[in-house]
Design a protein around this ligand. Sequence first.
Ligand code: SAH
Length: 283
Amino acid sequence: MTTRSLFPSSYAAPDFQPGWVWLVGAGPGDPGLLTLNAAHALGRADVIVYDALVDERILDLASPKAELIFAGKRGGRPSPKQRAISLRLVELAREGRRVLRLKGGDPFVFGRGGEEALTLVEAGVPFRVVPGVTAGIGGLAYAGIPATHRDCNSAVTFITGHSVTGEVPDNLDWEALARGAPVIILYMAVKHMARIADKLIEGGRDPGEPVAFVSHAATERQQVVETTLGSAAEAAAQVEPPAVIAIGPVVSLRPALDWMAAAKGERVLIADLLGARRADEAV
Ligand code: SAH
């Protein structure tokens, strides 16, 4: 049986060479969101070092000969220290293996991919980065929330709710964000939602502003909680991490754009909400 390559015949798929590390984004969940390079790498890798956020179904694409190493936090067990993971990658590459470092979403978006890559550079280990669909864009899209919409926002701001110390980042000018960031997309922020909402409201943000929590986005366990900034702290209590949080007018498009609920027959989409249809016709 011949298998047809996923790549176009005019494209030379990158060669995964022994002794190399590929830092690969697995996307938020749905294996269909993998890039072709990610799927290709999964089939070639000798060893795959993966995080807790990587959807299990994606690991089915690994070669049966590949060694799978879990490097995340699960079931309350502490995660290996970041430095130890980076050094492990160096070690595995030096054994002459094809090392796939698989991370949830995109490796360079709040994923510490940069730190791992810097360790590889220091050690002289060659590497490639395969970007992935980040949860704050693709995960929200699976809930019918566009990161930008022409009528709503010309900018989007990604924020982590969790700094190195585990606290709400204090190196951010929350007042400026409240004034100048029309749509805010938060990662790792469920636990600190109360503080973040307070800071934004103190900075002048309307407590009535729509907020959506999208947990386990793009997986079979996806759940969406819609609320307002003023009630976001209580709503956070019902949300099981991991979740991305969208704050801003784009959240109001959900009744019109929740394509997944429509596909399941759970919702009839209403196109002219918020002038969505008008915007279309004006193109
Ligand atoms: N590199 C990842 C982010 C890692 S930080 C990316 O680009 O998506 C971990 C945070 O990502 C989680 O706390 C959560 O905010 C978000 N996240 C990752 N996968 C998610 C998913 N399937 N659903 C919702 N949020 C997710």
